[in-house]
Write a protein that binds this ligand. Sequence first.
Ligand code: PGA
Length: 241
Amino acid sequence: MDVVRTSVTDFDAAVADVLAETIAARPDAVLLLATGSTPIGGFRELVRRVGAGDVDARRIRVVQLDEYVGIPDDDRRSLYGWLEREVLAPLEVDEDRLLRFRVESADDAEAACATLDDGIGRLGGLDLALLGLGPNGHVGFNEPPCGPDAPTRVVALDPASVTSNARYWGGEEHVPRLSVTVGLGPILAARHVALVVQGDHKRGILRQTLEGPETPQVPASYLRRATRYTVVADEDALDGA
Ligand code: PGA
């Protein structure tokens, strides 16, 4: 495990560094990308570097990590919407370089999971899985309890995730209760897993993730099993961790 400790202000650049290094090593890298607030600044910094000609992202392939079930595609709050605004549109990633969940209807959810896993296989696996850390230790919507072999699947949101995502939905009552997520199993098969963590509100769960026992109660604790594992965390998240 490699821990990259940053100041609060250098965090986004450090996240962009992980992405840029992956793309430099393999211009058609297959990137599994989280949404949520943590990686957004890193995505923007990557977009800036691409605009400045420092990174060539014309061949990257992008895989969606997770999605709410039953949300129309054009809803800004869908996780696809986040990905579209922050990565796909600015980096001009077209449909044939994108693997995403299509789960506007709950009836489609299981088939969409199978399609996504098949797609990852056809792409030759993930070069990088860039993940945020949930306040309950989830990655993607791998909610606790979750073992290291968990497949890509339909998952009911944990109450902690409903609470934490309420800020994006205008209240807990509006947060969708069902999600799909790439499983911890396929995540651990990635050639490189990077966990990005920011802020003192994540300090306790980060400590458990890095130093606590491997446990289904903290799904991120299994990330230590990855072939290559990098944790990018700012000093607020790491202090005391
Ligand atoms: P955040 O979400 O980056 O918005 O804190 C992380 C997560 O819940 O996975």
